[in-house]
Design a protein around this ligand. Sequence first.
Ligand code: COA
Length: 130
Amino acid sequence: MIYGIGTDICDIRRIRASLARHGDRFAEKILSDAEMVTWKERGLRWPDRGVSYLATRFSAKEAFSKAIGLGLRMPMSWRNCEIAKAASGKPEIVLHGALKHWFEARELTAHITVTDETDYAASFCVVEKK
Ligand SMILES: CC(C)(COP(=O)(O)OP(=O)(O)OC[C@H]1O[C@@H](n2cnc3c(N)ncnc32)[C@H](O)[C@@H]1OP(=O)(O)O)[C@@H](O)C(=O)NCCC(=O)NCCS
């Protein structure tokens, strides 16, 4: 059964401005260790794609936080919610730490989809319960 749904839209220009103001510290607050590696690789090759990557992660994490009904309240946290990628390219949520325990204890499964255009990134998340 559906446990919750969540959506989010993110203005990529605001993410770019935060990066300009706070540099890597902003990305480090939002991204997991694995996401940081991808962000750095993409940003080095294509700076704009690095910003879009961070914006889609930001929106996906917010969408997930709404689907689980907590918002950005513990145990939900930016870095414990990772948006990984299946071999096919499909995004997948990988959780860490207290959030992983909280999620597994409730026997939940998450589905996430993300999209972006020049100025906006958006995500939609569905969380199912067994
Ligand atoms: C959910 C949250 C991440 C969204 O923040 P945001 O990016 O500023 O706002 P968005 O426009 O993307 O989303 C706002 C909508 O999220 C929804 N929302 C808020 N809390 C939610 C929750 N716990 N679960 C699911 N959805 C939630 C509401 O529909 C809200 O719209 P509304 O205010 O018109 O009712 C953020 O509100 C949050 O973390 N809330 C929990 C912590 C909290 O309550 N802090 C305030 C303490 S005073």
